[in-house]
Design a protein around this ligand. Structure first.
Ligand SMILES: [Zn+2]
Length: 72
């Protein structure tokens, strides 16, 4: 697929890190499957992966609000 951000790059399957602020914590999920734009690096996640990410973020936050890195 063609990247919708830069409109020139081709998105290819790969691994990336997903990071997000949750209230008072910064959560990083490592090695997430994604389609990554070879031009600008924008990452796209399918619906299954998005669910997985949301779950991981929730678990990480609930287990320890200070956690900032989670391996998957
Ligand atoms: Zn792009």
């Amino acid at each position: 697929m063609t990247c919708v951000i830069c409109k020139t790059g081709i998105c290819k399957p790969g691994k990336t890190h997903f990071s997000v602020f949750v209230k008072d914590a910064f959560v990083v999920i490592k090695n997430v499957d994604a389609l990554i734009c070879e031009n600008c690096g924008e990452a796209y996640y399918d619906s299954e992966t998005t669910k997985h990410i949301q779950k991981q973020v929730e678990v990480a936050y609930n287990n320890n609000a200070d956690v900032d890195v989670v391996k998957v």
